[in-house]
Design a binder for this molecule. Structure first.
Ligand SMILES: Cc1cc2nc3c(=O)[nH]c(=O)nc-3n(C[C@H](O)[C@H](O)[C@H](O)COP(=O)(O)O)c2cc1C
Length: 210
């Protein structure tokens, strides 16, 4: 079997983490670099990744996570946040990064910048925020695969109250909102989900070749 398929079969949404095991700095660096390399629409990266280590803070977040213990027991808790608003200065910063990375003049990027700003202005605030939140899901998908490749367990989670997370983590004043949560670490041998078979649609149901 291809290694990619083996890794994807190995991973599962972990219900119980071993609270004694910690992810090495080396592996964390790979995870962070993988998230840095996540593709986003226009390449804008309207995202922020919070890596929560502090156990007291995580106990506080537990109440806002429907008491899902993974939030506290995992080695690390990743909170994927998106921007609340897209500001012109964010787009300017992106243009500057392109210019310096590719050794280009800012003037050459003027049309690209206008396109992005027009795209944003033509959307309602709520639609724009939703669009930025969708970028977070791309990051989640890549995160799950990267972790599986490193034999690190993970739990993708929408089961939390974002408004409370935003309050506890002080996100609103930073123009951020929490979109997804993902505890990462190592499965506990007693995790009831370890032995459960994967349930997926058949390929014939899922694909159409036309
Ligand atoms: C976006 C998303 C949100 C999820 N939220 C939760 C959650 O809050 N709690 C949980 O235990 N599992 C959660 N899951 C896990 C799914 O139930 C699980 O991925 C799915 O049943 C497939 O099983 P597998 O990941 O073990 O292969 C979530 C998965 C995704 C992709």
């Amino acid at each position: 079997m291809h290694q990619i398929i083996e890794d994807l079969n190995w991973r599962y949404a972990t219900k119980k983490f071993d609270s004694e095991k910690r992810i090495s700095k080396e592996d964390l660096d790979v995870i962070m670099e993988s998230l840095r390399l996540v593709p986003t629409s226009y390449g804008l990266q309207p995202l922020k990744f919070l890596l929560v280590e502090d156990k007291d803070l995580r106990e506080e977040l537990l109440q806002s996570s429907y008491l899902q213990r993974q939030v506290v027991d995992a080695s690390h808790l990743l909170v994927i946040c998106s921007f609340r608003e897209l500001k012109e200065e964010d787009v300017d910063l992106y243009m500057e990064t392109i210019a310096s990375t590719r050794d280009q003049k800012l003037e050459v990027l003027e049309t690209f910048k206008t396109n992005i700003l027009n795209f944003a202005r033509n959307k309602k605030d709520s639609a724009l925020q939703e669009w930025m939140e969708r970028q977070a899901y791309i990051a989640l998908g890549q995160l799950l695969h990267t972790c599986a490749t490193l034999k690190i367990d993970s739990t993708p989670m929408e089961g939390f109250r974002a408004e409370e997370y935003d309050e506890i983590l002080g996100l609103k004043d930073r123009n951020l909102t929490s979109v997804l949560v993902c505890p990462i670490g190592y499965r506990h041998p007693d995790d009831p989900n370890i032995e459960r078979k994967k349930v997926r649609k058949s390929a014939s149901n899922l694909f159409e070749i036309i």
